[in-house]
Design a protein around this ligand. Structure first.
Ligand code: NAP
Length: 277
């Protein structure tokens, strides 16, 4: 694969950039500067959440950027469940982000013991019908959760944002997504903070062959495997380094070498456990 389209059309018709900017663990006070750097660099997809506590900073950066609202793809996520609580959270996120619509809104975690994610999903479908969100999706949903919302509402998620990097490549979930026309968005694409991944001999060999960094190779692998990818950095040089992944291509052999790093073990939270208490 030598060429990558820079956007994907979701099943509901909205176009989402393939590569974006994550904002988890950026303090609200640091967010505006970091997001402004990302927008200046060229990122147009921004990923935040109620739980990150930085939606206001993201909104300020978009306002200060001089870009038109429709030039930026804004994603947020809701932690609370229940129809009314989701609708209230959406109104509050719009207010904090200083906008009258989101491009993509996600149920952040399924929280299966709370057992309200089907009605929460219905709230997103209704918000989409009303034009408050352009696309409706979920995050950290397993096949069982995805099956259930589709069976009970007749509408599949347009996108599922899940942990996905060379150590945890999620082949079974990705195959399910493909069958159900659900886009895959990869969180933690640098295995949450690089670390051991950047020292992997296979990744280092591919990086050396292409004169790129291990981070760039990990991100490019994720893109070439068909996913939307949203690395986070507060460091301006890394924000730019991560963006520079659209002008080179990994070979089939490179991709296979990186596929072989899959451990099948999560580094982040378990969807069956997070938020269940
Ligand atoms: N839906 C969910 O449940 C969920 C969960 C987690 C994350 N997310 C989303 O996905 C985004 C990305 O995931 P993540 O933030 O957990 O992890 P990540 O993007 O895999 O890794 C971020 C970490 O890697 C460092 N880093 C970034 N670029 C680097 C580079 N080129 N070289 C070396 N180190 C680099 C960053 O450091 P510095 O910032 O210090 O530069 C930061 O510590 C989040 O920001 C969030 O938007 C969603």
């Amino acid at each position: 694969m030598s060429e990558l389209s820079t956007a994907i059309t979701l099943s509901g018709g909205a176009s989402i950039p393939r590569f974006g900017y994550g904002t988890f663990r950026i303090e609200d006070g640091d967010t505006q500067a970091a997001v402004e750097t990302a927008l200046e660099t060229g990122y147009r997809l921004l990923d935040t959440a109620v739980g990150y506590g930085n939606e206001e900073g993201v909104g300020r950066a978009v306002a200060a950027s001089g870009l038109k609202r429709e030039e930026v793809f804004l994603t947020s996520k809701v932690w609370e469940h229940g129809y009314d609580d989701v609708r209230r959270n959406l109104d509050e996120s719009l207010e904090r982000l200083g906008t009258d619509y989101l491009d993509l809104y996600l149920l952040h975690w399924p929280r299966p013991n709370v057992d309200l994610y089907v009605e929460s999903w219905q709230a997103l479908l209704d918000a989409r019908s009303e034009g408050l969100i352009r696309a409706a999706g979920v995050s950290n949903f397993t096949i069982e959760h995805l099956d259930r919302i589709e069976a009970e509402t007749g509408a599949a998620a347009e996108l599922n944002q899940v942990e996905l990097h060379p150590y945890f490549a999620q082949p079974e979930l990705r195959a399910y997504h493909a069958e159900h026309l659900i886009a895959t968005e990869s969180w933690g694409p640098l295995a949450l903070r690089g670390g051991a991944l950047f020292d992997e001999p296979a990744l280092q060999a591919v990086a050396a062959a292409h004169d790129r960094t291990p981070a760039q190779v990990a991100l490019r692998w994720n893109l070439q495997r068909g996913n939307v990818v949203i690395p986070k950095s507060v460091t301006p040089d890394r924000i730019r380094e991560n963006w520079a992944v659209l002008d080179f291509a990994l070979t089939d052999e490179d991709l296979a070498a990186i596929d072989a790093l899959d451990t099948g073990v999560r580094q982040g939270g378990d969807p069956l456990v997070v938020g269940n208490d």
